[in-house]
Design a protein around this ligand. Structure first.
Ligand SMILES: [Zn+2]
Length: 665
């Protein structure tokens, strides 16, 4: 195949793949096998690599996610992105219609509007800009005027066409969302890694689309329902949705044309309960006037278009009894009050406990032990008490008072000062509080700390209870015979645990620092400090000033680290630990291509070989003369030789000059 033929073939492949993407991801009716699709995609990928000059960032091969970025650019929307006003009942809906009809009458328009009713998906609004049929930008709504450019992430969403069947320019608005079952799956994984959980599918979607690494986004199965076009004249909302479908967008089928509000209400009643069984969160309906001329005539209020309104569903709510309030002691000593509830079924699962966050929240709710409380989960995963049935309260119910002693060690609880204000949380400041101690041990061995895989939370708890683990260093003194025969441990599992501990004896500096559980020292801070000092003893001896000088370290962090190392007990513990561990250090991060190996082949469009090599080395990368399994990238130009085939053989990532420039930008 020569260059000319390749160009034609690339174009044919892209169009074909686009058609089948639509059938598979939008219509859910594929007509070719997945394998066939993959073969075509592969062919396109190979051709684009061979002829990088024909590569296009909007080619379907780029849906897998490009290079991570360090921040999102801000974008100003050409059309302000309004949000609709809300109504909560039929009366509100009728009032909305009456207001509109009054305005129309004044303008001497005597038409009655009809409506299109769509689902209000609980997700994230996305604004897609197409120029001459090509997606050029995907942005978040932001504050309605300024959003964030998340094009690279948006490209990975398979229900969004990158190329339209016609060369038109327009803006398409839609809601990105994720499935409830994906939320469960991801939260389960995060719980294992002690990461904060996503509260609901909306947070998950927003959190995912704001990832700086498009590959993570690509792995997460985001969907998008398109519902609005700006910049094209379309007669009605109904026609607009049909047009979106024709352009290759996914449009929600659960919508209804309604001649009047009574029909809207019937649709609402049907969906009030049905929505709970859907795969996505729905928090209401959006009702839009179908006729575009009426919509335009009505115009806008200061906040939203008059022609549309959101009709919210009631959140799912149950009532239960608050049996007691218990206190949980966290690793940092922070005390969290927890509501112990009479078990109740809410959104498909039994709820027994709910966090009350802090004493201020308890006061805000005015909740007392014995109260009947409202619990809700509005599509959310974490249940919350949001109100109290005060008229059901027993006469002798007492206001909750925060105990002044730690429930675990009985030492005095204190409220810290941040500036002039007191912190909302109470803290147990006892350094040897058993609850804090246990949480600290769990943190120490966790994945981001020493990463002792076989030593899970339960096991730490068990070993701590029976006195097998007393402090960090005692973990390294564990013997197989101590463990064998304990609850859940046979010979094999005891052996595995010991092996897993042995493996953790070599630990990178930043992970060791993080594992110590120093207050305010999260994963990133630990990395920043580790890279800055490059040596544990230096960190240990660092002064407050030296620590504050580290990029990303504030005074609060510096203070906390100084206090930690100044403490005699900590010092003793660390000395013991250093006898057990080998702390390794990484090279200081000097560039974006740190520790990456490149091979250059062919003639690059603008850069000479030496210029490219210079750029790589300046950014901390390394240039090698031949491709091996250790090569990270093949920088490939025109007339590439055998290195190209080698890269394919080793599965090395092949990039062109444009992509390379993005890496070092
Ligand atoms: Zn305590």
């Amino acid at each position: 195949m020569d260059k000319k033929e390749a160009k034609v073939r690339i174009s044919v492949l892209r169009k074909t793949l686009e058609k089948h993407r639509f059938l598979y991801h939008v219509k859910d009716a594929p007509i070719i096998l997945d394998e066939a699709y993959d073969t075509l995609l592969n062919e396109l990928d190979n051709l684009e690599k061979k002829y990088p000059e024909f590569d296009n960032p909007m080619s379907p091969t780029h849906r897998v996610g490009g290079t991570p970025i360090d921040h999102f650019e801000k974008v100003r929307h050409t059309i302000p992105q309004w949000s609709f006003d809300n109504v909560f009942d039929f009366e509100g809906l009728q009032n909305w219609e009456e207001r509109n009809i009054t305005i129309l009458k004044k303008a001497e328009i005597n038409k009655s509007p009809t409506y299109v009713t769509e689902m209000k998906i609980d997700g994230l609004k996305i604004i897609l800009t197409y120029e001459k049929g090509i997606l050029v930008r995907g942005a978040t709504r932001g504050d309605g005027e300024i959003g964030e450019d998340i094009t690279e992430n948006v490209k990975t969403i398979k229900s969004i066409p990158l190329i339209l069947p016609e060369e038109i320019s327009m803006t398409v608005i839609g809601e990105a969302w994720m499935k409830k079952k994906d939320l469960e799956k991801i939260n389960k994984e995060r719980a294992k890694n002690e990461m904060a959980l996503y509260a609901n599918t909306r947070n998950l979607t927003a959190g995912t689309l704001r990832q700086l690494d498009p590959k993570i986004v690509a792995s997460r199965n985001i969907q998008l329902f398109a519902y609005d076009i700006e910049g094209l004249k379309v007669k009605s909302q109904e026609k607009e949705l049909e047009l979106l479908e024709r352009f290759g967008f996914l449009v929600n089928d659960d919508r209804k044309y309604c001649k009047n509000l009574k029909e809207v209400q019937t649709f609402y009643d049907k969906w009030k309960n049905k929505r709970l069984n859907e795969n996505y969160g729905i928090d209401g309906l959006v009702i839009k006037i179908n006729e575009r001329d009426i919509w335009d005539e009505l115009g806008y209020t200061a906040k939203s278009p008059r022609g549309g309104i959101a009709y919210k569903f009631p959140a799912e709510v149950v009532v239960t009894k608050l049996n007691s309030i218990t206190l949980q002691v966290g690793r940092t000593g922070a005390i969290t009050p927890v509501a112990e509830l009479a078990p109740v079924l809410l959104a498909g699962s039994i709820v027994k406990r709910a966090t009350l966050h802090n004493i201020d929240e308890i006061k805000r709710l005015g909740v007392r032990v014995g109260d009947t409380v409202y619990l809700r989960k509005a599509g959310d995963v974490i249940p919350e008490i949001f109100d109290v049935m005060k008229d059901m309260r027993k006469k002798n119910a007492k206001e909750f008072v925060m105990p002044d002693k730690c429930p675990e060690c009985e030492s005095e609880l204190v409220r810290e000062k941040s500036g002039k204000e007191l912190s909302v949380a109470f803290y147990c400041k006892n350094k040897s509080c058993p609850a804090k101690h246990l949480e600290g041990l769990i943190h120490f061995v966790s994945k981001k700390g020493l990463n002792i895989e076989e030593l899970g939370e339960r096991t730490v708890e068990l070993f701590h209870d029976i006195g097998l683990i007393t402090d960090f260093s005692s973990i390294f003194k564990l013997k197989k015979e101590d463990i064998e025969g304990l609850e859940g441990f046979g010979e094999k599992s005891a052996d595995n645990l010991i092996k897993s501990i042995e493996k953790s004896r070599i630990v990178p500096l930043h992970r060791f620092l993080f594992a110590l559980g120093i207050r305010h020292t999260g994963e990133q801070t630990a990395k920043d400090i580790a890279y800055h000092f490059g040596n544990f003893e230096k960190i240990r001896k660092a002064s407050f000033e030296e620590l504050s000088n580290v990029e990303g370290v504030g005074e609060k962090v510096a203070q906390s680290i100084c206090e930690f190392f100044a403490d005699a007990k900590n010092s003793q513990e660390i000395d013991l630990l250093l006898k057990e561990l080998k702390i390794t250090t990484e090279k200081k991060n000097i560039g974006k291509l740190n520790n990456l190996t490149f091979v250059i082949t062919g003639t690059l469009p603008t850069l000479s070989r030496d210029e490219a090599k210079d750029l790589i080395e300046k950014n901390g990368g390394h240039v090698s003369s031949s491709v091996s399994s250790k090569t990270n990238y093949l920088l490939c130009g025109e007339n590439a030789g055998s290195k190209y085939d080698d890269a394919v053989k080793f599965g090395t990532k092949i990039i062109n000059e444009d992509e390379f420039k993005k890496l070092v930008k």
